[in-house]
Design a protein. Structure first.
Length: 112
């Protein structure tokens, strides 16, 4: 008696890389901008307001300046949340002072 073979299934790759980066999470973006707005409103740290004013005086729109500040906030939140590092206020202030320059690599701020 001859055994009948089952047709082989095509292997499905476990992960199909995306062609485009994922869209921004609007709730997360709003939360990050709320942090920036709170820092600007409360003046804590004072370097946040100083940086905002400097960026606007240099020709950035207020929204553009907020977005740059938000970028620095995210870069400080990530190591705290993902790696359990302590918040480093000096590192945060140093990153604010470097704006509008943004580092190319993900860990450039960590080398200081």
């Amino acid at each position: 008696m001859t055994r009948k073979r089952r047709p082989q299934r095509q292997a499905v790759p476990p992960y199909a890389p995306q062609q485009e980066p994922p869209e921004t999470n609007p709730q997360l973006a709003a939360a990050i901008l709320a942090i920036v707005d709170t820092q600007l409103r409360d003046g804590e740290p004072p370097e946040a307001r100083q940086t905002f004013d400097r960026l606007v005086a240099a020709g950035h729109t207020p929204e553009g300046a907020r977005q740059l500040l938000a970028h620095v906030v995210v870069r400080e939140i990530f190591p705290v949340m993902a790696r359990g590092e302590r918040y480093d206020a000096a590192r945060y202030v140093a990153a604010l002072r470097r704006l509008p320059a943004l580092p190319d690599g993900a860990d450039d701020d960590r080398k200081e």
